[in-house]
Design a protein around this ligand. Structure first.
Ligand code: SF4
Ligand code: FES
Length: 338
């Protein structure tokens, strides 16, 4: 086991745990944001730098600080490590830069994007970004690629997190898409014109943090915050599918079906295409009740619950992580310890 201090809070985690997952053990607003890391997907993380933190002491044996900010999703803890996230001015400043970088090529088309309201980049830029950009060059644009009848690709919105590539690799038996080209020319595509039709490929829609991959059957049908999410299940014939979903409804109409996500926006159990695209009648499902929305988002407007610190880890909350009842507590802009 390794004991680390994260934003002034001590937590003990198994050796090999990443700093991000150690922070998630604590919970609440000290947890760094993540745009590419995705717990169920092996190898994810290390692409977007959203989760940068400052390691002020490397370990008990070697307490020197790490010279640069590190990506918390791919850096394992060491016993005696001291890490700063919301307490570090340098981290908060760097994160503004990461938002600016991700938004260089991402269009500001939230008013017409189906992902609006549940978009990680929208939330990330709202919480950590600045209102302006210094970028003056021409932005990337792409020719439209048709990747089949179920999934819509908007390459201009892609932040190249690779989650959809790992999903296709790890959940389906035949990946036909990937990242083509490198650097500024990198894009998601199917090398030879191909459509994404594998039985579990619909999950790329759920893992995509932005609106680059959206559900064609839900396209322009409604705004997610006008829909009512319900937990539901069915006995799916596919043994690999859990059959547990969220129905996004308007009255008796099922507008779309997605997998269930946790407070970090990660799918708890993946679902098959039949459940996602073909079961759009209420009678197809056993409804369990309203979906609990654990994330700050317009979907949860008026019934969002503040992120909570895990009481098993911290019983006496330090002042800088106490949540206020007025809304999601703001991240301190200065180090109260200084
Ligand atoms: S399409 Fe979405 S999931 Fe795939 S790399 Fe781009 S942003 Fe990530
Ligand atoms: S979440 Fe850590 S680098 Fe993207």
């Amino acid at each position: 086991m390794a004991k680390i201090t994260f934003d002034g809070i001590e937590v003990e985690v198994p050796d090999g745990t990443t700093i991000l997952n150690a922070a998630r053990q604590i919970g609440g607003k000290v947890v760094p944001p993540a745009m590419c890391y995705y717990t169920p997907l092996q190898g994810s993380g290390g692409k977007c730098r959203a989760c940068l933190v400052k390691v002020t002491a490397g370990s008990a044996k070697d307490p020197r600080p790490m010279p640069k900010l590190v990506a918390s999703c791919v850096t394992p803890v060491q016993d005696g490590m001291v890490v700063e996230n919301t307490l570090s001015e340098q981290v908060l400043e760097a994160r503004k830069g990461v938002v600016e970088m991700l938004l260089i090529n991402h269009p500001l088309d939230c008013p017409v994007c189906d992902q609006a309201g549940e978009c990680d980049l929208q939330n990330f830029s709202y919480e950590h970004g600045t209102s302006g950009t210094r970028y003056e060059e021409e932005r990337r644009t792409f020719d439209k690629i048709d990747i089949g009848p179920l999934i819509q690709l908007h390459m201009t919105r892609c932040i190249l997190c690779y989650r959809c590539v790992y999903t296709a690799n790890q959940l389906t038996d035949k990946r036909v898409h990937g990242v083509l080209g490198r650097g500024d020319a990198a894009e998601i595509g199917t090398y030879i014109e191909n459509s994404l039709e594998n039985e579990f490929i619909g999950n790329v829609i759920d893992v995509c943090p932005v609106g680059a991959l959206t559900d064609k059957t839900f396209r322009f049908k409604n705004r997610v915050w006008f829909t009512k999410p319900l937990d539901a299940h069915r006995n799916c014939e596919d043994p690999k599918c859990c059959g547990k979903v969220v129905l996004w409804t308007r009255g008796e109409e099922v507008l779309r079906v997605t997998a269930r996500k946790n407070e970090y926006g990660e799918v708890e159990q993946f679902i098959c295409n039949t459940c996602r695209f073909d079961k759009k009648e209420m009678s197809d499902w056993t409804v369990e009740g309203p979906r609990h929305i654990a994330r700050a988002s317009v979907i949860a407007a008026n019934h969002y619950e503040l992120p909570v610190i895990n009481p098993h880890v911290v019983s006496d909350l330090p002042e800088h992580v106490v949540d206020t009842p007025a809304g999601p507590a703001s991240i301190p802009t200065s180090n109260p310890g200084q």
